[in-house]
Design a protein around this ligand. Structure first.
Ligand code: SF4
Length: 166
C-alpha cells in the first residue's frame, strides 16, 4: 500500500504585520499533516515552489508585492486569501503613499524602496481566490478548518466578516 503524500502548502507574505503567520504557527496540528514548502518566517526556501495550497497574507502595497503574487499563484492549485489585509487591503492602508515612504526612509538607510501603489489592495483585485479567511488575524481554528477541514470548506468562498467582501 502506498502512503498518501501530505498536501504541500506555502505561505506568501505581502505587505502586512506577520500576525497572520504567527496565528498559523499557533495552529500546530498541521505540522504532521501538511508539508510546509515555503514560509519566510520558518523555512529557508528562496521562492514559492509548486504547491497544493497557497496561503497569502498581507495586502498588495507595492510593485514587488504584485510581482511576487503573480509568480506565486502560477505554482498553486488552490489560493487562500488570509486575513483582513489580503481580503480588503487592511491595515497597510493606514498611511498614504507619501506617509509610508517618509516613515520607511526615516527608519532605514535603504533607498531601494519598491514602487508603492496608490493604496494597498486586496489580493483578489489581481488574481482569482478560492477561499477567504477573515480575521486580523484569522484564528488558529479557522486555519485548521481551511487546511484540514472537509473538501467543500476549502473549495467554497466565504464572506469576510469584517468588510463583507466575498
Ligand atoms: Fe497583520 Fe491583521 Fe494584516 Fe494579518 S490581517 S497581516 S494580523 S494586520
Amino acid at each position: 500500500m502506498t502512503l498518501k503524500q501530505p498536501p504541500r502548502f506555502a505561505v506568501l507574505q505581502l505587505s502586512g504585520c506577520a500576525g497572520c503567520e504567527v496565528s498559523l504557527l499557533n495552529a500546530s496540528e498541521w505540522i504532521d499533516q501538511f508539508d510546509l514548502a515555503f514560509m519566510p518566517l520558518v523555512t529557508s526556501a528562496y521562492d514559492v515552489p509548486e504547491v497544493d495550497v497557497l496561503l497569502i497574507s498581507g495586502g498588495v502595497r507595492s510593485d514587488e508585492d504584485l510581482h511576487n503574487l503573480r509568480q506565486a499563484v502560477k505554482r498553486a492549485k488552490k489560493i487562500v486569501a488570509v486575513g483582513t489585509c489580503a481580503i480588503s487591503g487592511g491595515v497597510a492602508n493606514l498611511g498614504n503613499r507619501d506617509e509610508v515612504r517618509r516613515l520607511f526612509m526615516s527608519q532605514t538607510e535603504r533607498h531601494d524602496l519598491p514602487r508603492l501603489l496608490p493604496k494597498s489592495q486586496p489580493v483578489d483585485s489581481f488574481v482569482e481566490v478560492d477561499l477567504f479567511l477573515p480575521g486580523c488575524p484569522p484564528t488558529p481554528e479557522l486555519f485548521m478548518g481551511a487546511l484540514l477541514g472537509p473538501e467543500d470548506f476549502v473549495a467554497s468562498k466565504t464572506v469576510c466578516q469584517e468588510c463583507g467582501r466575498k
